[in-house]
Design a protein around this ligand. Structure first.
Ligand SMILES: CC(C)(COP(=O)(O)OP(=O)(O)OC[C@H]1O[C@@H](n2cnc3c(N)ncnc32)[C@H](O)[C@@H]1OP(=O)(O)O)[C@@H](O)C(=O)NCCC(=O)NCCS
Length: 143
């Protein structure tokens, strides 16, 4: 099965909204284009995976300068593969593309955070060679 990865475009908005539902972040299709525009302005990468011309996966990469190092770090944001297309190498292909993007932009670290509840994702990350290196603490903020 051939997976191709390309930059997300406004025409992908409906597919992206559907994938975000599966990730647990429901969004109106109309909200996606302005989000892509905002992410483009700050230089983030949003990519989609296609199989047979259909969008089946989504990944977001954030590259940031840090005070700890001269090299920027790359943080994987959203990662999701359509339920009907899982276990076919799409997630692995998206991670490989994001790591390559991070390398090409000079990043010294590639990392992500994930909920304790995402058991499948934890197995996936271990299987594709990422190490568990920390914990995440957080809270929601009121307006
Ligand atoms: C996690 C996720 C992105 C993986 O995508 P995927 O396309 O199914 O992953 P791949 O097919 O590339 O899997 C690569 C390897 O990871 C392991 N793996 C992936 N999903 C697994 C699962 N559910 N259970 C056990 N191992 C799994 C396998 O070793 C697999 O190789 P194999 O199929 O040859 O055995 C996908 O399950 C998903 O979108 N989950 C819901 C959203 C989510 O949790 N996103 C991550 C947020 S941090």
């Amino acid at each position: 099965m051939a997976v191709s990865i390309r930059a997300a475009e406004p025409r992908d908005a409906e597919a992206i909204a559907g994938l975000l539902v599966q990730l647990g972040y429901p969004a109106d299709t109309a909200a996606i284009v302005p989000r892509l525009e905002r992410l483009g302005i700050v230089g983030d990468t949003v990519s989609v995976a296609e199989v047979g011309g259909k969008v089946v996966g989504l990944a977001h990469l954030q590259v940031s300068p840090t005070i700890e190092s001269d090299r920027p770090v790359a943080k994987l944001g959203a990662l999701v593969v359509d339920e009907a297309s899982r276990r076919q190498g799409v997630g692995r292909a998206l991670i490989a593309a994001m790591k390559e993007e991070a390398r090409s932009r000079g990043c010294g670290v590639f990392f992500l955070t994930t909920s304790e509840l995402r058991d499948d994702a934890h197995v996936f990350y271990g299987q594709i060679g990422l190490q568990r290196t920390g914990r995440r603490y957080g809270t929601t903020l009121s307006q």
